[in-house]
Design a protein around this ligand. Structure first.
Ligand SMILES: [Zn+2]
Length: 337
């Protein structure tokens, strides 16, 4: 039994808009010899192969998923599903192979290719990773080491996530999907363990602090080290003076941001650097000092080793963030709030 949907070739990708237009124009999608309405009402009644409500991107609650360079258009199902798939792909990006921009896919309203069932992509509960590298129907697109890392990630998901490389029939090695029905206790338990906050609601938009001239303390220290990481020459003394302001203004100009010298949400989001085990440098010093300020004492040596990872994990768990040991946007935002 095999699921699929995401484009596997250029010709397939080129086919997407056409297919979508065709569906819209016909007012329905032909399935199993019949016609399934794709209007909001009809879509609400449909479920994908794994039992989740399916429909067009306007009827399925979707949230944007960004990991490294990759996005997963048109998004993944908000809430618990997004937490779990986000956890899987962040680990995939770090442990299996880097995700490539433009090669990853999320929600798409369509049947499983060659079948009459709605693909799990139709409910936003499936994703494709680096599709061109792992085409549908091809086995052995990963090394043995990569396969074992994928299986280690899945084992940590307690059976909630299935990989298309494990299908008994046609393999689909780019493909990962939620393998439990809505409301399954294993899903809630997994979300609780990996720290998505649970509840099935959309995660709140990231909130950032505001740091400006006259501010002092560890948030300012973080800004200064992050500016140093980006090439500014200044002392990281935790005091936001004229020199720091000038460096912020220069950074903002370079990024096309409003150059007001105030570090608010947009500037923070542009300034922070995702750091993880193996990272080195001023951004790591910034993370280490921020973690220390949050009670996870670390030497600020600029080397993100096992100790820094443990501290990041402990902090993430305490802050109900996804506990992946990677200091990315959300963790930075909370650390510096
Ligand atoms: Zn897929």
């Amino acid at each position: 039994m095999c699921e699929h949907h995401g484009p596997t070739s250029e010709s397939d990708r080129a086919g997407r808009p056409g297919r979508r237009a065709l569906v819209r124009g016909a007012g329905g999608m032909v399935l199993a010899g019949g016609v399934l309405a794709v209007g909001a009402e009809g879509a609400a009644a449909a479920t994908s192969q794994n039992g989740w409500p399916a429909g067009s991107s306007s009827s399925v609650p979707l949230t944007r998923l960004t990991v490294g360079a990759a996005t997963f258009p048109a998004g993944v199902r908000s809430g618990q599903v997004a937490t779990v798939l986000g956890y899987v792909v962040r680990r995939y990006d770090r442990e299996v192979e880097r995700l490539v921009s433009g090669w990853c896919w999320g929600h798409a309203y369509r049947p499983i290719r060659g079948a009459s069932t709605l693909s799990n992509h139709s409910s936003g509960t499936a994703i494709d990773c680096n599709a061109p590298r792992h085409p549908l129907g091809k086995a052995g697109t990963f090394s043995a080491a990569q396969r074992s890392r994928i299986h280690a990630i899945l084992a940590d998901c307690d059976g909630v996530v299935r990989w298309g490389g494990d299908y008994s029939g046609r393999k689909d090695e780019m493909h990962f999907e939620i393998d439990v029905r809505p409301g399954d206790a294993r899903l809630a338990a997994l979300v609780k363990r990996i720290g998505g906050g649970g509840g099935g609601s959309t995660p709140p938009a990231t909130t950032w602090s505001t740091v400006r001239q006259g501010s002092t303390g560890f948030r300012v220290t973080a800004v200064q080290h992050l500016l140093r990481h980006r090439g500014a020459r200044l002392t990281a003394d935790g005091i936001f003076g004229a020199g720091t302001k000038a460096a912020v203004v220069a950074f903002q100009r370079g990024k096309g941001l409003a150059a007001d010298g105030v570090v608010g949400a947009r500037t923070w989001a542009a300034l922070v650097v995702t750091v993880q085990q193996g990272s080195r440098g001023q951004a790591v010093v910034a993370a280490q000092k921020a973690l220390t300020a949050r009670g996870h004492r670390l030497a600020a040596d600029g080397i993100f080793g096992a100790g820094t990872r443990s501290a990041a994990l402990a902090y993430q768990r305490s802050a109900s963030l996804t506990a992946d040991g990677v200091v990315g946007q959300r963790t930075w935002a909370r650390l510096t709030l």
